[in-house]
Design a protein around this ligand. Structure first.
Ligand SMILES: NC(=O)c1ccc[n+]([C@@H]2O[C@H](COP(=O)([O-])OP(=O)(O)OC[C@H]3O[C@@H](n4cnc5c(N)ncnc54)[C@H](OP(=O)(O)O)[C@@H]3O)[C@@H](O)[C@H]2O)c1
Length: 357
């Protein structure tokens, strides 16, 4: 739905990413917060400012989905832990654009029934929807596409993400959703709805690059190797027991005639035991383009490279980066034609505030 600033926005879920988006929204003169959807009963009725430790701003958070859908708004920043397609379709059908970190990284390649439902809702509401973040999102979409501008030809693209999740305080995602701490033989790309969902979003991201760069792949394969912890580890409120899953090496490979052309690999651990047979890129993200010319870049985000920061602040840098990638996309998505807006179709998303001058 085409709109002009100030864009009226709704924050949907106030977790690690959502809170960062909420704070940044309140600091942006071109955005006006008009609603906040929360899940936790103890946040229902709270002021949006109070929720993030600031002075009240006069916008009350609610668990009432119908009340949120009835609001007049240009865009919803949708950052819940688990996606509800019905909610997203209702938002789009009501004429609100949606930006999200949770899914829709390349909707053309999502299951057809879900894709058609979403498109129908976009048509009904003349609205657009965009999924992005850090990965999936910028590092597995915008960055390789930007670097590809320096390539004559490309033979293979690989993005490796190496991370230890011990310091990531969204433990519901680590243990309940991603199944760390479960028996290793319970980990597979189809073991649970969430693992299948998660594998699906990275599969989509591989398709995005392959489609945008004419790779002509015929499939994306998904595999995972789960590795057991040698010792017990206390991770915030959660005890990860020796013998249960402490490492997950996922690989999504876009293949033509069986040959991998576009790959995303994750080297994820909890408890900091690193399997000796895994590759050892630096922590963070390593993007390699084999081509003419070949290039490699390593990415990390920290709270600062110059001032002292706590580990919690450094860890939170990735939440900020994830949230800003979609918050900064709000104007472009509000101006996009109805339907899907992706990293490959939107203009380059840059910091809206930048230096703030
Ligand atoms: N693309 C990327 O690069 C990237 C990176 C990081 C995260 N993500 C995704 O971004 C989303 C937010 O991540 P996060 O770290 O902020 O997550 P989080 O802190 O674990 O949770 C987000 C919020 O989800 C709400 N929630 C609680 N129960 C829920 C349920 N049953 N169904 C749906 N939502 C529920 C809660 O909202 P209230 O507290 O308001 O009640 C919670 O604070 C997730 O989908 C995550 O997978 C994407």
């Amino acid at each position: 739905m085409t709109a002009r600033p100030p864009y009226r926005v709704i924050q949907w879920a106030t977790g690690a990413v959502g809170n960062e988006v909420l704070a940044a929204t309140l600091d942006r003169p071109d955005l006006e917060l008009v609603g906040v959807r929360v899940y936790s009963a103890d946040k229902d009725g709270a002021d949006a400012g109070t929720l993030i430790g600031r002075a009240p701003v006069g916008v009350t958070a609610t668990t009432d989905v119908a009340a949120i859908i009835a609001l007049d708004a240009d865009c919803v920043i949708y950052t819940p832990r688990i996606v509800d397609l019905e909610d997203v379709c209702a938002l789009l059908a009501s004429g609100k654009n949606v930006v999200t970190t949770a899914f829709l990284f390349h909707p053309d390649r999502m299951p057809a029934a879900d894709r058609d439902r979403l498109l129908g809702a976009c048509r009904q509401g003349a609205s657009s929807v965009h999924g992005s973040g850090i990965n999936p999102g910028n590092l597995s979409g915008a960055l390789p596409l930007a670097l590809s501008g320096m390539c004559r030809t490309i033979e293979r693209i690989t993005l490796q993400e190496r991370a230890d999740w011990s310091v990531y305080d969204s433990t519901a995602i680590t243990f309940d959703n991603m199944c760390f701490g479960r028996p290793v033989d319970e980990i597979s790309p189809t073991a649970t709805d969430f693992l299948a969902f998660n594998s699906g979003i990275f599969t989509e991201q591989v398709w995005l690059l392959a489609d945008a760069l004419h790779a002509g792949i015929d499939e994306v394969t998904a595999t995972v190797e789960a590795v057991a912890a040698v010792e017990d580890h206390q991770i915030f409120d959660h005890l990860l027991r020796a013998g249960t899953t402490a490492g997950q090496r996922w690989n999504w490979a876009g293949r033509r005639d069986g040959r991998p052309l576009v790959e995303i690999e994750t080297l994820w651990t909890v408890g900091n035991e690193y399997p000796s047979h895994w590759p050892t890129p630096q922590h963070g993200w390593t993007l390699t383009i084999e081509g003419d010319p070949s290039m490699r870049t390593h990415f990390i985000s920290l709270a600062s490279f110059s001032r002292t920061a706590t580990m919690a602040e450094h860890v939170n840098a990735a939440n900020i980066a994830t949230g800003m990638q979609i918050l900064n996309a709000v104007p472009a998505v509000c101006e996009a034609p109805p339907g899907f807006a992706t990293t490959a179709t939107l203009p380059l998303i840059r910091s809206a505030r930048g230096f703030g001058n």
